[in-house]
Design a protein around this ligand. Sequence first.
Ligand code: MG
Length: 385
Amino acid sequence: MFHHIIIFGATGSIGTSTLNVIRRNRHHFNVVGIAANTNVEKLAQIAHEFSVSNVGIFDGHAFAGKDSLFKRGTHFFVGEDGLCELAQLSEATAVSMAMVGIGGLKPTMAAIESKKTLLLASKEILVAAGKFVMESAKGNGVQILPVDSEHNAIFQCLQGNSNGFVDRLILTASGGPFRNFSRREMENIDVKQALRHPVWNMGKKITIDSATMANKALEIVEAKWLFDVPGDHIDVIVHPESIIHSMVKFCDGSIIAQMCPPNMEYPIANCLFFPGREQLAKPSVDFAEQGRLNFFAPDTTNFPHLTIIRQCLKTDNNACAVFQAANEVAVDEFLNHRIKFTQISEIVAKTLDIYPGEPMISLKSCEESVIKARSAAKVIANGFN
Ligand code: MG
């Protein structure tokens, strides 16, 4: 597989891992475009290393006076409209979407409309607008390759199996650093502690989401849309070693699991090379050394996001978009030391109490729900400060 690829979120954790895979397989890929929110310096470095001549930046202010960092002749794409234009670049065959939050929604839709293969890492996009993203992908005959490790695992488990035989999807969760904490210990978690994940090395937002297990709640919704399986057929099991990345249980009782070391380069390489595989021999799981794999039921008392999302999935409103937006606001408040760790889920629950989201009728209704949820969550968060 040879791709001419555009990487959105090129300076973040997933973008960096994607470029690592591409760096060791240069003859397979041509990076034709890169984009980021604000990190112009790092974008410039990447542009030089991979000879990229199309560069997008979401925040135009971050870019001011810095075009001299790039080679002469570089094409710049600024703001949301610019990123949409970049996503439709005619020489590109694939788009990797790994921007934090739903800033990548419109560029994603643009990429789908211009029929690029989509490597999707930004789960927020599917949580907020999964119905319309999947409808558009289907209508345009576009394949969405899931980068998120759990979803990539399920994607691999489903190869060669008809969807009609799927009974349940089983998402594994590391459980994060506070898996065995008491309620009292949960109350006193500070930002530094929460940013230290025991297994995965990731960006800040997703590390906090893993610590609260909001990440797993979002992943239930992501799985529902990607694989067209109802939410009440998607289970979560805590598996601290993160060797099994998820499983599919079929109607005959057989379960297929996907395993590899906990490193995002594995699922990214799977997407980049699909339907082939990367030929390089990478280290994999040594079962004798590993010894054992553990499994536990999730603690829904200490991790209420898991229960809240199940309620959201029962409604016909954009409740999952509200959940996602409120959680984003709450995580930001926590990272800025303005609220306690346990108040993150409280803000999500209270936002949903006062605003259940608009009816899920259009992409616009999803965006409107996100905007309204953000302001409602901010008001609630201010009450906690
Ligand atoms: Mg994941």
